[in-house]
Design a protein around this ligand. Structure first.
Ligand code: HEM
Length: 430
């Protein structure tokens, strides 16, 4: 999200042989998410040695309590008045949280209390089972398309960019009710403007004026959609947003824009990261892939395990509104908490042998990748449907698959997964 990110770490700040800076922690340094196996080992150490809590004391950052303990994370989310999303829902940049983000937007994740409840209610109908079931046909078409892309590519493909990235973006277009021609524009929005701190994803070549111009393009575009849906309301989410009322008033311009942006961004990278990361886990655990092919009824549980394994949303922040104590950790009003969903999915008190990928794990559905409580992910069921649809279509067709190079992952502390996932494969004859 920030454009202030370090693109490389100065050599004198690195730990020789490891590559991480001396005052480093795995939460605020986006480079640490580039090596997920290393990240996982460090998180397990925090569980083992610090009981699932870590006090972040990094230069340029205020003191932050990272919560990896599964039960404590739920406790925090259960008390939204004591631990609010505002004013700092996300730790955005490497420079410390005081650096302003490039775009000020007000979305559901920035809201608390009654305001949040009212805005959340607006979009919810589109995520209820009756509305979601209307997407079945489109999901099946997109899954067919994903398989066709793999067939057309022959025997090698970047699964992340060619299969996992396009699929959820087409779903977003569908639920917002936008035409397929708008795909490139939406890709710019989700990948470049809100692409996280990864240097590869940033528009480094763009001046602030140029970024402002791209943003203006979006404002104009979404304003056009709003005007259209006010005149010709349909049954899509854009119509709900455009005609949304809070009490007796239409929703404000900033909030309208924020709604479009949260749906587009929250629904894209998250799901594609779960898809690519979940698929990689199967590629690297051929016994699990075989088990899933032989017993397709394991798919739902396999998806929960993939969600546990990938945890595409690495964190959200909360701010304590009063002095309190959390599992013996004293907090003052104004103190920040870093809810580590990825860390909580590795809590050995909940998940036996957490670094084992096991599609038959009996409690995989206790994964906490969608959060919990008042801000629980609005798209959780949709994301599960998407994963079921694509894996249900592709997995039975795979005869063999292996990595065809070293996969790379996003260098971001927020939403992240694979940048690339090169695979070599053979498919069963069509
Ligand atoms: C694997 C895919 C996904 C993951 C891992 C994920 C994860 C999350 C998480 C962790 C939160 C915050 C929960 C909390 O604070 O307790 C969230 C919120 C949200 N998600 Fe998702 N998400 C995914 C897919 C989607 C999709 C497909 C959509 C919509 C198209 C979506 C829309 C939202 C929205 C609107 C919120 C804000 C809810 C609020 O603040 O009330 N997400 N998501």
């Amino acid at each position: 999200m920030g454009d202030e990110t370090e693109t490389e770490l100065p050599a004198d700040e690195m730990v020789p042989g490891i590559g991480w800076p001396a005052d480093d922690d795995i939460f605020t340094n986006n480079f640490r998410y580039g090596d997920l196996a290393d990240w996982n080992r460090a998180a397990l150490k925090i569980h083992d040695e610090h009981d699932g809590f870590y006090r972040i004391e990094r230069k340029g950052f205020p003191s932050i309590l990272a919560v990896l303990d599964h039960a404590a994370l739920l406790d925090v989310e259960r008390q939204p008045d004591l631990f609010t999303n505002g004013p700092t829902p996300v730790l955005t940049t490497q420079e410390g949280i005081d650096t302003p983000p490039p775009v000020e937007l007000k979305t559901l994740i920035h809201m608390d209390g009654d305001e949040h409840t009212a805005y959340r209610k607006l979009g919810l109908p589109q995520f209820k089972p009756a509305s979601l079931s209307r997407l079945d046909e489109r999901l099946a078409e997109l899954a067919d398309r994903a398989l066709a892309t793999m067939r057309d590519a022959g025997s090698e493909i970047d699964f992340s960019t060619e299969v996992a990235l396009p699929y959820p973006l087409h779903v977003i277009l569908k639920i917002l009710g936008l035409p397929e021609e708008d795909y490139p524009r939406m890709m710019t929005l989700t990948q470049q403007l809100f692409g996280g701190e990864d240097p590869d994803m940033q528009r480094e070549e763009l001046s602030p004026e140029a970024i402002a111009a791209v943003l203006m393009d979006f404002f104009t575009y979404f304003n056009g959609i709003t005007v259209d849906r006010r005149t010709n309301p349909g049954d899509d989410l854009a119509s709900l947003i455009a005609n949304g009322m809070i009490g007796a008033d239409p929703i404000g311009d900033l909030e309208t824009m924020g709604y479009y942006v949260i749906i587009a961004t929250a629904g894209h990278d998250t799901t594609s990261s779960a898809m690519a990361g979940g698929f990689r886990a199967l590629v690297e655990h051929p016994d699990q892939l075989r088990a899933l092919q032989e017993r397709p009824e394991l798919l739902n549980n396999a998806i929960e395990e993939m969600l546990r394994w990938t945890a595409p949303v690495r964190h959200f922040m909360r701010t304590a509104t009063a002095d309190t104590v959390l599992n013996g950790h004293e907090l003052k009003a104004g103190d920040l908490l870093y809810l580590s969903y990825k860390g909580a999915n590795l809590d050995p008190k909940v998940f036996d042998d957490p670094l084992r990928f096991d599609i038959e794990r009996p409690n995989a559905d206790r994964q906490i990748s969608f959060g919990f409580g008042k801000h629980f992910c609005m798209g959780a069921q949709l994301a599960r449907m998407e994963l079921r649809s694509i894996f249900g279509r592709i997995i039975p067709e795979i005869e063999s698959v292996e990595l065809a190079g070293t996969p790379t992952t996003m260098l971001t502390t927020f939403v992240g997964g694979h940048k690339t996932l090169p695979i070599r494969y053979t498919l069963r004859p069509a």
